[in-house]
Ligand binder design. Structure first.
Ligand SMILES: CC(C)(COP(=O)(O)OP(=O)(O)OC[C@H]1O[C@@H](n2cnc3c(N)ncnc32)[C@H](O)[C@@H]1OP(=O)(O)O)[C@@H](O)C(=O)NCCC(=O)NCCS
Length: 197
């Protein structure tokens, strides 16, 4: 069985080439990519360039990006772990969803699935998240899920010529265990990619 993390309405799985058209549909909306250094996607090739980078990042154990697929509606976005440090047992979580999925609870369920993976089979102790200091929606969402704001990383992220201050958020294993993220039922199928097992 292929690796997957399954929740009540969503599952996380490894993205594949055939996901390019869906990723183009979702990320061609400038609202979706507004806070990112990339996008909006204009062609399927933009999505393919992204997809082509993933296997090497996985093999190196650096980054584990996962497609978020709705049980009925198919792909709705991406969530993933980056800056993975096995030594320090931490990673950064980041997510994006197509506009119609904002405010639906999809972000909370996807975060619950990725947190289960991180604190469960991957054995991490800390999950961090970065947001632009002006990205109020993302920060409200993180706070609502039990993340804490730690402070501001000054001039941290460069988008072309512009340099942005970024807020650092995190949730620790013990906080996750007591949060509503840990209440979501999760099943893991198949084997974690080798570098993360
Ligand atoms: C960021 C993202 C993942 C959050 O998911 P979401 O489904 O939109 O989040 P939710 O609706 O669950 O929560 C948003 C919270 O912000 C609040 N909110 C909504 N719009 C807001 C605004 N303009 N300003 C402040 N708060 C806002 C909501 O009321 C909600 O708070 P609550 O849970 O206390 O009611 C999603 O919007 C997204 O994919 N955005 C595009 C990609 C992106 O920016 N990713 C994050 C990069 S750091």
């Amino acid at each position: 069985m292929n690796f997957r993390v399954v929740g009540p309405t969503l599952e996380l799985r490894l993205p594949i080439d055939a996901d390019a058209p869906a990723l183009l549909r979702l990320a061609s909306d400038p609202e979706v990519t507004r806070w990112f250094s990339w996008g909006p996607y204009e062609t399927e090739d933009d999505a393919r360039e992204y997809l082509d980078r993933l296997p090497a990042q996985r093999a190196a154990g650096e980054q584990l990006d996962l497609l978020v697929a709705h049980h009925e509606h198919g792909p709705i976005g991406i969530t993933g772990l980056s800056e993975i440090s096995r030594r320090d047992r931490r990673a950064i979580v980041g997510s994006w969803f197509g506009r119609r999925w904002w405010g639906t609870g999809a972000n909370g369920e996807a975060k619950a699935l990725v947190a289960h993976l991180a604190f469960g089979p991957m054995g991490l102790e800390r999950l961090g998240a970065y947001t632009n200091v002006e990205h109020t929606r993302s920060q409200s969402a993180l706070r609502g899920l039990g993340f804490r704001r730690e402070g501001v990383l000054r001039r941290w992220h460069r988008h072309g010529d512009q340099v942005h201050d970024v807020a650092m958020w995190s949730i620790l294993r013990g906080e996750w265990e007591r949060s509503r993220l840990a209440e979501v039922p999760v099943e893991i199928g198949g084997s974690l990619p080798e570098a993360f097992a």
